[in-house]
Design a protein around this ligand. Structure first.
Ligand SMILES: Nc1nc2c(c(=O)[nH]1)N[C@H]1C(S)=C(S)[C@@H](COP(=O)(O)O)O[C@H]1N2
Ligand SMILES: [Mo]
Length: 522
């Protein structure tokens, strides 16, 4: 006769089922989460890559990380800070998903968890700078797919109440798990493929022609670059140029889609595209860009040959009002910078740049257009992927980092760095070349001095100055005696001001202090 429909299960069988339920619950949760992300990415392709649930959560975290923490992240991870964020987010999500799957087995608590997470994500999505109501769709579609997957997968896990032959439940679970996994992979891959082909910014950049400047940047004199192994090169190659931005996903803005709106306290609103831009005169300039987060002795500075259009020319078309004092620039991904209008209009080489080192801007450095204003830290001046310039006032508007406590006005502080010998290097006694760079954009470097231990400061030999807006290499010949020594460096700008000695952190307006290096001499 057939077995009664309800039997008590033998204890050892019960514990086996319990373990299997846990594992299968966790697997179900992970697969459901993969589907949330995959479906979310795929739907986001058709709205805005920035509307995918994973991106929304990551970007929201970046924006709400306290500045000190973010500062630490930039310092710790360098340009890998985003990778670190993605990995930690993935780990947290995987743990949450496994938990959701395990609890779903008894009551639909996992589904409730997904709905709650979806609610939070939808709310965060609507706060994104480029958000439209459509931004809710990827999350809603993803969560819906995740819940369906979770319910179906859980239905395939063994139950204590309805004992089915184990191989039957296992087969059913395997079939649904493999289908869910395959579907997740397909959606993620489809999203990636469509994303690349719908907005092919890579191909657009490859086709982009950088116009010829009216006049090339003055040539770099050979003696601007002392031949010392390990010394920073005067021009920074693109792949060694530091990168700092809040973009978790690089904006994909083609030159055809790009527009620059100039508006606010102006006589008229001007909208430029690349055709109208090319009617203006292009110039080429070599400029050193510096990040406010640079620590004493740090590497967040770089020099490149930039091609672009003087911002003053573009603003002249709009007619900035005399009582305005800020140019608020905005990128396609919502980053903003507030630049003193005086710095844009006082004749310095403030540019809308579209070329870097003889090629279109690399996508990571702002393709197709960014700002550069010599003498100011990047966060108040160097907006990448720039699409909007609003002429306004400091008492009416504030920008991304100023909203997070950083200084509203941030001229670059005089800095100097020892590149050679390397940190904790061991060098033979006798003649040793010490070398490095110093910068004080807009003021220029007038002198660099080096000190060994507590001996008197010695003047270094300056490489020839390219301009007050570029860094300046220096060398110093040291007659090194055996022992452990501390080398220190300090610079003086062309106004006669000595670089500040006191060590202060980057927050809120840039680090100060003299760089030192400990070297062993044998
Ligand atoms: N859109 C956008 N532009 C931005 C930023 C950003 O986060 N988003 N960061 C600024 C900062 S803090 C610096 S130091 C420079 C860095 O430019 P780079 O990455 O080309 O070196 O870009 C500036 N422009
Ligand atoms: Mo920066």
């Amino acid at each position: 006769m057939s077995a009664p429909s309800s039997t008590s299960v033998a204890p050892e069988h019960s514990s086996l089922i319990t373990r299997r339920r846990w594992v299968r619950g966790a697997v179900a949760g992970l697969l459901a989460a993969a589907l949330v992300l995959g479906v979310g990415q795929l739907v986001a392709v058709f709205i805005d890559p920035a509307s995918s649930p994973f991106f929304v959560l990551g970007a929201t975290m970046v924006d709400h990380t306290p500045h000190t923490l973010k500062d630490a992240a930039i310092r710790r991870f360098g340009s890998n800070d985003k990778l670190a964020l993605f990995i930690s987010m993935s780990v947290v999500m995987a743990l949450g998903a496994a938990l959701a799957g395990i609890v779903e087995r008894r009551r639909p608590l996992g589904s409730v968890l997904l709905v709650l997470l979806g609610g939070v994500t939808v709310f965060a999505a609507l706060q994104r700078p480029t958000a439209t109501v459509w931004f809710v769709l990827p999350t809603v579609a993803g969560i819906a797919a995740g819940i369906v997957a979770l319910r179906l997968l859980i239905a395939g896990t063994p139950s204590l109440r309805t004992p089915e032959p184990a191989d039957m439940t296992r087969r059913r679970f395997l079939v649904s798990a493999v289908s869910a996994g395959a579907l997740a992979v397909v959606t993620v891959e489809a999203a990636r493929w469509l994303g690349a082909h719908l907005r092919d910014v890579v191909a657009d950049r490859a086709r982009f022609l950088v116009p010829k400047p009216l006049r090339s940047a003055p040539a770099v004199p050979p003696d601007a670059q002392p031949q010392v192994a390990g010394l920073t090169s005067f021009i920074t190659p693109d792949d060694r140029f530091y990168r700092v931005d809040t973009a978790l996903q690089l904006p994909a803005l083609t030159s055809g889609d790009w527009r620059l709106r100039i508006h606010g306290m102006t006589d008229r609103t001007v909208e430029l595209d690349f055709d109208s831009l090319r009617r203006h005169t292009a110039v080429e300039r070599i400029l050193t860009l510096t990040c406010v987060s640079n620590e004493v002795g740090g590497e967040l500075a770089g020099t490149a040959r930039w091609l672009g259009y003087p911002l003053a020319d573009l603003l002249a078309d709009a007619g900035a009002h005399a009582d305005a004092d800020m140019l608020l620039s905005r990128s396609i991904d919502g980053f903003t910078a507030g630049t003193p209008l005086s710095a844009v209009l006082d004749g310095r080489d403030a540019l809308l740049a579209i070329g870097m080192n003889g090629a279109p801007l690399p996508i990571a450095h702002g393709y197709p257009a960014r700002l550069l204003v010599p003498g100011l830290y990047g966060y108040v001046s160097a907006t990448k992927w720039v699409v909007d310039l609003e002429v306004t006032r400091f008492d009416r508007a504030s920008a991304y980092w100023t909203d997070r406590g950083w200084a509203a006005r941030a001229p670059i502080k005089t800095a100097s760095r020892i590149d050679v010998p390397a940190a904790f290097a061991t060098v033979p006694a006798g003649a040793v070349t010490v070398a490095g760079v110093a910068w004080a954009q807009q003021r220029g470097i007038a002198g660099v001095e080096v000190q060994v231990d507590d001996q008197p400061w010695q003047p270094a030999t300056l490489a020839s100055e390219y301009s007050i807006d570029t860094w300046r290499q220096w060398t110093w010949q040291w007659t090194a005696v055996p022992g452990t020594h501390t080398l220190r460096v300090r610079a003086t700008d062309r106004t006669g001001q000595l670089q500040a000695e006191q060590r202060t952190p980057p927050f809120p307006s840039g680090s100060t202090g003299w760089h030192n290096r400990v070297v062993s001499v044998r």
